[in-house]
Design a protein around this ligand. Structure first.
Ligand SMILES: [Zn+2]
Length: 317
C-alpha cells in the first residue's frame, strides 16, 4: 500500500486533491472511511487539538490504524492545527502520519523559527512524518459564524511562501488564498460561496515547490475548488460542512424514532448524512478537469505514464 508521501505526490502529478475530513467521534470516522472506501480514493482523517482531546490522542490513532490495516486501504491521520510543540510531539509519538504545526498567529519570523524547530523535533520522532506549516490568516473555528470576516489583507504572497518553505523545511504549506475556517449562515443555506484567488495559488505553488493545503474548504464554490486543485492545491480540508450534516442527521434520527434509546439505531442517520457530503466532496476533488488534464500533460511525458498515474490514484488494489 502507498504511503502518505507517495499518495500526495501522485495527487499532485494527476491534478487531483486528497480530501481531508475532520472527525470528533466514531460517526464521523465511519462516514469518512466508508465514503472513501466506496469510491476507492485515498483519504486523510483530521483531528484538531480540541477533537483529539475529546477522542483521545492514542485512541484516534489506534482507530485509524486499525481501519488501514484491516482493509489495506490508504486512510491516513493528520494532527490538524497544532499550536504547541508538546502536543505536536504527542501526536507524532501516537503514530499520526502528519502534523499541521500552526504558529500562524505569530509574526512571520517567529512563525518561521517555531515551525523549523517543530519540523526538526517531529522528524526525530518519525523521519517519515509529514509536517505542514501555515502562513497568513484564515480565521479560526470550524463553526457557523454570524458574518464572514474580511481576511483579504492577510493573503499569502509567493515570495513569503518560498522563503517560509526553504527556511523551515516543511513538507506541505497551508497558504491564505481567500479561504476561511467556518461558514457564515448564508453559506450554510447555500446563498453565499467562498471564492478563491486562483492566480495566487498558481504563483505560490510554483514558488514553494511543495504540495499545498487548502484549509476551510467548506462552503467554497465548486468551480473555484476544481481550479484551485488544478493550480496546485493537493489537500482540501472540509470540516464545518460535516458538522452541519452530523447535526441534521442526528436530528433526523431522533425525530424518526421518537422513543428509541439504542444508539446504534439512531446514529446511522448521522453516518449517512455525513457520508453523503463526503462522497460529493471526494468526487469533486478526484475529478480530472480539463485544466488538471493539461497540467498532467506537462508533468508526465507519455500517455502510458499518464494512464498509470491516474489509474494508480483512482484504483487502489
Ligand atoms: Zn484548518
Amino acid at each position: 500500500m502507498r504511503g502518505i508521501r507517495n499518495v500526495l505526490e501522485l495527487a499532485r502529478k494527476s491534478g487531483v486533491a486528497v480530501g481531508h475530513f475532520n472527525v470528533s467521534d466514531l460517526v464521523l470516522l465511519k462516514a469518512v472511511f466508508s465514503a472513501a472506501h466506496e469510491l476507492q480514493v485515498p483519504v486523510l482523517v483530521g483531528a484538531s487539538e480540541g477533537e483529539r482531546e475529546f477522542m483521545g490522542v492514542r485512541q484516534i490513532a489506534t482507530l485509524v490504524r486499525s481501519l488501514r490495516e484491516e482493509s489495506d486501504f490508504p486512510v491516513f491521520l493528520n494532527a490538524d492545527h497544532t499550536h504547541t510543540l508538546k502536543s505536536a510531539m504527542e501526536a507524532a509519538k501516537a503514530g499520526f502520519d502528519s502534523v499541521v504545526f500552526d504558529a500562524s498567529a505569530q509574526p512571520f519570523e517567529q512563525n518561521a523559527r517555531q515551525t523549523k524547530e517543530a519540523v526538526e523535533a517531529l522528524k526525530t520522532i518519525n523521519p517519515d512524518i509529514l509536517v505542514e506549516g501555515e502562513i497568513g490568516n484564515i480565521g479560526t473555528g470550524s463553526e457557523i459564524h454570524q458574518f464572514a470576516p474580511d481576511l483579504s489583507k492577510y493573503l499569502t504572497t509567493a515570495a513569503e511562501a518560498k522563503q517560509f518553505v526553504e527556511f523551515t523545511g516543511i513538507d506541505v504549506l497551508a497558504p491564505a488564498v481567500g479561504n476561511m475556517h467556518g461558514m457564515s449562515q448564508k453559506m450554510v443555506e447555500g446563498e453565499n460561496k467562498k471564492r478563491l484567488d486562483i492566480q495566487r495559488i498558481a504563483e505560490i505553488s510554483t514558488a514553494a515547490q511543495v504540495p499545498l493545503t487548502l484549509h476551510g474548504g467548506s462552503g467554497t464554490d465548486d468551480q473555484d475548488l476544481q481550479q484551485a486543485i488544478a493550480a496546485g492545491i493537493s489537500i482540501v480540508h472540509i470540516n464545518t460542512e460535516l458538522r452541519v450534516a452530523w447535526r441534521s442527521g442526528l436530528e433526523a434520527g431522533l425525530a424518526e424514532q421518537a422513543h428509541q434509546v439504542v444508539p446504534y439505531k439512531i446514529l446511522p442517520f448521522a453516518v449517512e448524512s455525513v457520508k453523503h457530503v463526503v462522497l460529493g466532496r471526494l468526487r469533486l476533488f478526484n475529478h480530472v478537469t480539463q485544466a488538471s488534464a493539461q497540467h498532467r500533460d506537462e508533468t508526465t511525458s507519455t500517455l502510458g505514464e499518464q494512464q498509470a498515474v491516474s489509474k494508480s490514484l483512482f484504483t487502489i488494489s
